[in-house]
Write a protein that binds this ligand. Structure first.
Ligand SMILES: NC(=O)c1ccc[n+]([C@@H]2O[C@H](COP(=O)([O-])OP(=O)(O)OC[C@H]3O[C@@H](n4cnc5c(N)ncnc54)[C@H](O)[C@@H]3O)[C@@H](O)[C@H]2O)c1
Length: 268
């Protein structure tokens, strides 16, 4: 066959169709994670919402019409036992696992000189080691199944440059995630598992509220070339893209989704 011609005949709708696939979304009870759950579900996937707030996960799950394709689980991504439990839940409920979305994250602001070990450790445990633990548990199952898989992590523009002050511990965790996925991508590629990151800029979620009031959001929006803060669905659409057949030849990359915010340079 001529290697320059495209043999691709799969239709666009087939490429984004996730029917028969199973996904875990960590931190899926609200914010960006819930946006991701909605899009994966709409694309036909069965979804496990794994969130440290079990009640919020149950409430989110109960909002979907077809309860047969959604499960809620109380789980802390920084616990290896909970990471295994997420995978077990997906396998017992839906027969396997195809997609992991590492979305859970914490981002409590604190100036560098005032940041204590407790906050720094918790931030690294959840944002960095949580991605490692959940990805290990998911990849082990995907390898056992022998049909490949996708790991998409919700990283941040903070993994590129600081966009605001007072998040040095968070930036450290997100830079760590940027490094982690590169070696993960190389080691998991022989098993057909693709590993990519999405890097949101400022996004309107419950978690952002304590960091930024409406005046702060208005200030931020002046620095965003596309003129507005992100919405959870802006990020969810790109997660869906990376989890779907549209991104079949991507691994080890970071996709920035920030309305152009990063182009304006680092925080001052
Ligand atoms: N909102 C933003 O501006 C923004 C920007 C860049 C990146 N992000 C990243 O996007 C992701 C989601 O952020 P968000 O704004 O939707 O947050 P959010 O606080 O609104 O929601 C986070 C969810 O994660 C859950 N969670 C927290 N710790 C957990 C743990 N240890 N185990 C399991 N679940 C846990 C929470 O209960 C909550 O349901 C995070 O990784 C965050 O770093 C957010």
């Amino acid at each position: 066959m001529d290697k320059t011609s495209s043999p691709e005949t799969t239709s666009l709708s087939e490429l984004v169709d996730l029917s028969g696939r199973t996904a875990i979304v960590t931190g899926g009870a609200m914010g960006i994670g819930l946006g991701v759950v909605r899009r994966l579900y709409e694309a036909g996937a069965s979804v496990v919402i794994a969130d440290i707030d079990g009640k919020a996960a149950e409430a989110a799950a109960s909002a979907f019409d077809d309860a047969g394709r959604i499960r809620a689980l109380a789980a802390d991504v920084s616990s290896a036992e909970d990471a295994d439990a997420m995978v077990r839940t997906a396998v017992e409920a839906f027969g396997g696992l195809d997609i992991l979305v590492n979305n859970a994250g914490v981002f409590q602001g604190s100036p560098f000189l005032e940041t204590g070990l407790e906050l720094a450790r918790r931030t690294l445990d959840v944002n960095l080691l949580g991605v490692m633990l959940c990805s290990q548990a998911a990849a082990r199952r995907m390898i056992e199944q022998g049909r490949g898989g996708r790991i998409v992590t919700v990283n941040s523009v903070e993994s590129v440059n600081p966009s605001v002050l007072g998040l040095s511990h968070y930036a450290a965790s997100k830079h760590g995630v940027a490094g982690l996925i590169k070696t993960m991508a190389l080691e998991l590629a022989p098993h057909g598992i693709a590993v990519n990151n999405v890097c949101p800029g400022g996004t309107r979620t419950p978690g952002l509220a304590p960091l930024m009031d409406e005046d702060g959001i208005a200030e931020l929006e002046k620095r965003i070339p596309l003129g507005r803060i992100g919405l959870p669905d802006d990020i969810a659409r790109v997660v869906l893209f990376l989890a779907s057949g549209l991104a079949a030849f991507m691994t080890g990359t970071q996709v920035i989704v920030d309305g152009g915010q990063t182009l304006r340079g680092a925080a001052v």
